[in-house]
Design a protein around this ligand. Structure first.
Ligand SMILES: [Fe+2]
Length: 153
């Protein structure tokens, strides 16, 4: 059952990549939320909670959009690891480096979303483009928040 009779494969492909990125980033964000230590513990712990809550809602919206446009949603860690542009592992051990790692992942997913929107710009799948635009806003806001937290004064 699909909203479109054809030409939705590109939408499925784009959405699957963003789903994988989002799921892996959800894990990465929780890893920082749980393991962060340092004088900014409270701020970063609370900020990352807001981010992973957003990502939890997002993965459901993206997966359901894949179904609407006629695809089968990836739903295993193996598939997500293969499709995502970064890993769930947090290698950093201090608070600044942990935030920098999260920042890099948000910048990577932002690039993937922009490339996805460009890919679909000739299609008439405005619903998917709308979902992607919503995700872009979240990641751009988050990039701003993390960068502002990283300013040393
Ligand atoms: Fe928590």
């Amino acid at each position: 059952m699909s909203l479109f009779s054809s030409k939705s494969n590109e939408s499925v492909e784009v959405l699957s990549k963003i789903l994988a990125d989002s799921y892996v980033l959800l894990m990465k964000t929780q890893s920082v939320h749980w393991n962060i230590e340092g004088n900014h513990f409270r701020d970063i712990h609370l900020m990352t909670e807001g981010h992973y809550e957003n990502l939890m809602v997002a993965v459901d919206v993206i997966a359901e959009r894949i179904r609407m446009v006629g695809g089968k949603s990836p739903a295993t860690f193996a598939e997500f690891s293969k499709l995502a542009s970064f890993t769930e592992e947090v290698e950093a051990t201090n608070q600044t480096a942990m935030l920098e790692e999260l920042l890099k992942a948000h910048e990577a997913i932002r690039t993937d979303i922009i490339n996805g929107i460009k890919k679909l710009s000739e299609s008439e799948d405005f619903g998917t483009i709308d979902v992607l635009n919503g995700r872009l806003s979240f990641h751009e806001k988050t990039i701003w928040m993390i960068k502002s937290t990283l300013v040393q004064k």
